[in-house]
Design a protein around this ligand. Structure first.
Ligand SMILES: CC(C)(COP(=O)(O)OP(=O)(O)OC[C@H]1O[C@@H](n2cnc3c(N)ncnc32)[C@H](O)[C@@H]1OP(=O)(O)O)[C@@H](O)C(=O)NCCC(=O)NCCS
Length: 183
């Protein structure tokens, strides 16, 4: 049977479990480390997916950088739930948030560019992301050896594969309602 998940905004009580979910990927160099305190301070950026046993199956963040650009950060799906479409659904939920807040472009710096490309993102170059370059990258000790690939999407033009929006994610997402019915 396909596992079922409910996607919802993260709450402060999710911070510790989100941190634990991210740690294996941080250790592999796939995600930047985020402390529990950072997660609490920025918890409104995060969407989580809750599995039927009540545990977090995945999560990701949408961080606004300026007037019309947002970044997908810290996207992670627990290994036991990989390949079930959850990563795609999390991206769909984050894009719905971007639409709600009228962000026109969403980008990610990622070690998994193929995952984003199959959702309709395109490759870009860092020169196209001056907000990110000046805010984070230029001060980063890994800049010269950075392996992350920048990908970008036009939020209002992107048409996600049906599976990512299978339960009809609304264009505008009320913050106090679950974003998707469990499937
Ligand atoms: C990337 C990630 C979030 C994808 O989650 P997921 O739930 O497995 O994704 P989906 O099931 O929606 O994936 C759908 C497709 O993307 C592909 N895909 C998944 N992860 C991929 C990766 N790391 N690289 C390339 N393609 C990937 C799958 O093969 C699948 O393709 P298919 O439908 O043609 O078989 C997950 O692999 C993960 O947590 N990775 C580690 C952390 C990371 O790299 N995050 C991205 C940083 S922004």
């Amino acid at each position: 049977m396909r596992p079922s998940f409910q996607l919802r905004p993260a709450r402060l009580y999710d911070a510790a479990e989100l941190h634990a979910l991210q740690q294996p990927f941080v250790a592999q160099g796939l995600l930047l480390p985020r402390s529990p305190r950072y997660l609490c301070e920025n918890i409104r950026d995060y969407v989580v997916a809750v599995a039927s046993d009540g545990r977090l199956a995945g999560g990701g963040a949408l961080h606004f950088l300026d007037g019309d650009v947002a970044e997908i950060q810290s996207l992670a799906v627990a290994p036991r739930f990989r390949g079930a479409g959850l990563g795609s659904r999390l991206v769909a939920a984050l894009l719905a948030q971007a639409r709600e807040h009228q962000a026109w472009k969403v980008f990610a710096l990622t070690h998994a560019p193929e995952f984003f490309l199959r959702l309709g993102f395109t490759r870009t170059i860092m020169a196209e992301l001056p907000q990110k370059l000046t805010r984070d990258c230029l001060g980063c000790p890994k800049l010269a050896a950075c392996q992350q690939v920048p990908v970008i999407a036009d939020v209002f033009a992107l048409r996600l594969p049906a599976a990512a929006t299978q339960s009809g994610l609304p264009a505008e997402t009320p913050r106090e309602q679950p974003w998707e019915a469990a499937v």
